[in-house]
Ligand binder design. Sequence first.
Ligand code: PHE
Length: 352
Amino acid sequence: MTTETGSLAGLEAEALAALEAAADDAALDRWRAEWLGRQDGRVTVLLRGIREVAPDERAAYGAAVNALKQALEARLEARRQALKRAELERLAREGAIDVTLPGRPQPLGRLHPITRTLRDCLDAFRAMGFRVAEGPEVEWDRYNFDAARIPEDHPARDMWDTIWVNTLIDGKRRMLLRTHTTPNQIRVMERTPQPPVRVVVPGKCYRQEATDATHEWMLTQIEGLAVDEGVRMSDLKGVLYEWARAMFGTDRRIIFHHSYFPFVEPGVEMAIDCFICRGDGRQCHTCHGTGWIEILGAGMVHPEIIDNAGYDASRVTGFAFGIGVERVAMLRWGIEDIRHFYSNDLRFLGQF
Ligand code: PHE
């Protein structure tokens, strides 16, 4: 029995040394199979050997081997926990986040200055009872020109250098990128059986222009149209003046010049005093020395257009205007060159 107990102590020491050397789960499993495996684990074999022990020694032998088995199981579990804890500590150490580092800045997007200006303009007109409508950017020549009293051989077509769509219809080019939002005057009246009409139509327009500080080949316009009984020129001026006050404040000066557009009679242009030279003119590149920057064309809708819409021109009258939104944004923020808007330079766009 002494030898048995002595050899059991030796076995335990050997098993524990091997357990200490096992450094991961796989090694622990191998150790378990070797010592505690059900079939031929070394301790299991000892337990099974109880049959060869003398009957009066069996109880003590069984107790001693069972104690060894339980001790080894407990040590195995303890070792497993210790390894798991060490692994977690390693992960925490290596994957640690340094909360004292400054965060990475997230750039915030915002609206383009033209979108902002466009929306502010529309808000001002909505407040005066205008509704917002839209029309196509690829337009028929009929709407862009003919219906607006600009027939094919009319010299006024030269006022708009047109970008045509190359598709031939009946041997002719009929579609174009609209040169202004004016075709929507006709489109809106066509789908409004009877006046009153009070609408603003925002949209992009295209012209084959030699670009300079105030001209771009793509521009944004807002077309305005009001048709009803008793609409007068003074209503037009009142609406535009009210809008100008909303956009520019009260200390801005506006001026109306007589002008010509085939679809209005009489026609005017409205200009605002140049923000660069403050109306002084002469050397100024932005207003070309005039002291004024033209921002819209307007006038009383030509009676022929009112008749063509199926309205009674002897009973109803109308006014129309077309605002250049880029010009408005330039005046608003003192931007000296229209080309900044579409050059996609974040140093410029980030300022709004
Ligand atoms: N469509 C004209 C232009 O683009 C502007 C305009 C609109 C003039 C409505 C008068 C009435 O130049």
